[in-house]
Design a protein around this ligand. Structure first.
Ligand code: DOR
Ligand code: ZN
Ligand code: ZN
Length: 432
């Protein structure tokens, strides 16, 4: 006897109808027909996917919880079909000491609806070793804030961890070159104008490609594994592809906004479309047809308040809250035949689990955690930020028509979202 059956689920791309038996939070059985007289939820042939994994969220907890906290952030995750999130370290205090890391783990343990991991920041080099013992998903570096010598010093220090044996460290990078960003921003600001569309030129394509090249060079020199966050241009993808072919251990991420929007949205939506790196001109942006060269989709869920966004372009804070909207937007792309379920599973389930070493997640297989999202491919809607579970109720996707929406999210066999209802906290640390 298992604890629960999910009866008549459609697995894709096979389009096979199966029943999944769940025991102790894990997938215990996969059968054509669920046994009678056992507890079951009838999915009536709805599509089931492995729970989505978002390796890039900013929950602002601790310190900036007026923008978002671990509860509201994971409510948005559960509502959007995400069963695992990995939080970024740019909180207050930053997650760059063992003490801050442990504090954040406690917060997440109290508040998270879904399973979670944490990226570590890097402040003082001496803190890296102790942080590593706490199992960060990666060390996150912001190249727009680091000069070259400091950056290389960090790579050298992280290399020492690798020499100690044990788990291989991973470095995640925000690739925008500090010097290029500073000089271009100065140039654009000195023109004395403040139209949002100037922002894309204050942080040009060259800032990203310069940083990507530097990161790849360091990865090669030190033999370290790196992950490039939010790649926004075809040119960067080309550099990464070449590096992969030469044997470098590098992976890439794209966000829903860099994939589906271009710089014209800065004109249409003002600073609600302001993000770092900025949205690119159509000719430079990553094409949906290039997704084969991308390893994962991360939402870069980066909530701010509306007053923080409604300032002149130079002062408005960058970031877009995406957890609520991402899955409906991507299911719509599947409906429009720009994307397949195979792509979606690879980019949002399988590869995030592999890259961030999350055992037991990312796949619907016997023995794996019973993390699922059930989607209704016929359900239509409109992206309405007012209805987001996130505290941040704005989006450059506002008004987008969608077809295909999540209707149930399950974490280790527990329903955390069904229609509009959300459960209480039940998230676990993914590396415990
Ligand atoms: O747009 C962004 N917002 N880019 C970042 O790198 C940081 C993020 C944030 O934390 O708001
Ligand atoms: Zn970033
Ligand atoms: Zn980010």
């Amino acid at each position: 006897m298992v604890d629960l059956w999910l009866k008549d689920a459609k697995i894709v791309p096979e389009n096979m109808i199966v029943s999944l038996g769940i025991e102790d939070g894990k997938i215990a059985a996969l059968k054509k027909i669920a046994p009678k007289r056992e507890e079951c939820i009838n999915l009536r042939e709805s599509v089931i996917l492995p729970g989505l994994i978002d390796a890039h969220v900013h929950f602002r907890d601790p310190g900036l919880t007026y923008k978002e906290d671990f509860r509201t952030g994971t409510m948005a995750a559960a509502a959007g079909g995400f069963t695992t999130v990995i939080d970024m370290p740019n909180t207050r205090p930053p997650t760059d000491t063992a003490k801050a890391f442990k504090e954040k783990l406690k917060i997440a343990d109290h508040k998270s609806l879904v399973d979670y991991g944490l990226h570590a920041g890097v402040g003082k080099l001496k803190d890296i070793k102790n942080l590593f013992k706490l199992k960060p998903a990666s060390f996150k570096l912001y190249m727009d804030l680091l000069d070259d010598d400091t950056l290389e010093g960090i790579f050298r220090e992280i290399k020492n961890l690798q020499n100690d044996g044990g788990q291989e460290p991973l470095i995640s990078l925000h690739c925008e070159d500090k010097e290029t960003v500073e000089s271009s921003t100065l140039k654009m600001r000195s023109k004395g104008r403040d139209k949002p569309e100037l922002y894309a030129r204050a942080r040009p394509v060259l800032a990203e490609t310069t940083a990507v090249s530097k990161a790849l060079k360091l990865a090669g020199k030190y033999g370290l594994k790196i992950h490039i966050c939010h790649v926004s241009t075809e040119e960067s993808l080309g550099l990464i592809d070449e590096a992969k072919k030469s044997g470098l251990k590098v992976t890439s991420e794209i966000t829903p906004h860099h994939l589906l929007l271009n710089s014209s949205y800065l004109r249409k939506c003002g600073n609600f479309a302001k993000t770092n790196p900025p949205l690119r001109d159509q000719k430079d942006k990553v094409e949906i047809g290039s997704l084969n060269d991308v390893d994962i989709i991360g939402t870069d869920h980066a909530p701010h308040t509306i007053p923080e966004k409604e300032q002149n372009v130079w002062n408005a804070l960058p970031g877009i809250p995406n957890l609520d909207a991402t899955l409906p937007l991507l299911l719509t792309q599947i409906k429009q035949r720009n994307l397949t379920f195979t792509d979606l599973k690879r980019l949002l389930c399988e590869n995030p689990a592999i890259i961030f070493n999350i055992k037991n997640k990312g796949f619907i297989k016997r023995g794996m955690d019973a993390d699922f999202v059930v989607v209704d491919m016929r359900k239509e809607g409109i992206i309405e930020p007012d209805k987001f579970k996130s505290k941040a109720k704005y989006s450059p996707f506002k008004g987008f028509k969608v077809k295909g929406m999540p209707v149930m999210t399950m974490v280790r066999g527990n329903v955390v979202m069904e229609d509009d209802h959300l459960s209480k906290n039940q998230g676990n640390f993914i590396y415990s």
